[in-house]
Design a protein around this ligand. Structure first.
Ligand code: GNR
Ligand code: NI
Length: 168
């Protein structure tokens, strides 16, 4: 197991559109275990492969209290189930320290492969639906800050760039 480095906004690599996984094998499962370890270590409720600079359509989520219900989605396809939007104060491990309200469909259907490469489908709502859409955005090279005003986004970018300069 290994803890992977998480890319931070405005790193252009976060804008890469991830490619579908072609084969679910032991090597991929090892990477998925590293993603889960990285997500738990960072206290995140989700992580997309894009955030660790692997541009394949893989994401992991755990929205349980006890942090013992890992969900793995490979090649996820989501469809909104309602026009009703839900607002959540979103954060992102790639935009550390910033939280903004984002509206997204409150219920979605998802079809994906599990870690054994088997297809499954489920309906999601609440925080799970929000997190899933946030992670699929990452696979498409999008970040939650793309859903807020340009003014707010630029302000966040400048503050993170300043922090990165101080850490360098
Ligand atoms: O840990 C995370 N919390 C969170 C809170 C509200 C909406 C989405 C998220 S996902 C985020 C982890 C992350 O950056 N995943 O890409
Ligand atoms: Ni994120």
């Amino acid at each position: 197991m290994a803890i992977l480095e998480i890319l931070e906004f405005p790193d252009p690599r976060l804008r890469t559109v991830a490619k579908p996984v072609e084969k679910v094998d032991d090597e991929l499962r090892k990477f998925i275990n590293d993603m889960l370890e990285t997500m738990y270590d960072a206290n995140g409720i989700g992580l997309a492969a894009s955030q660790v600079d692997v541009h394949q359509r893989i994401l992991v989520i755990d929205v349980s209290e006890e942090r013992n219900e890992p969900l793995v989605f490979i090649n996820p396809e989501i469809t909104p189930l309602t026009d009703t939007l839900d607002s959540y104060e979103e954060g992102c491990l790639s935009v550390p320290g910033f939280y903004e309200t984002v509206e997204r469909p409150e219920r979605v259907h998802v079809k994906a492969l599990n870690k054994d490469g088997e297809p499954f489908e489920m309906e999601c709502e609440g925080l799970l639906a929000t997190c899933l859409q946030h992670e699929v955005d990452h696979l498409d090279g999008k970040l939650f800050v793309d859903h807020i005003s340009r003014l707010k986004r630029n302000r966040i970018r400048k503050r993170i760039e300043k922090q990165q300069r101080q850490n360098a």
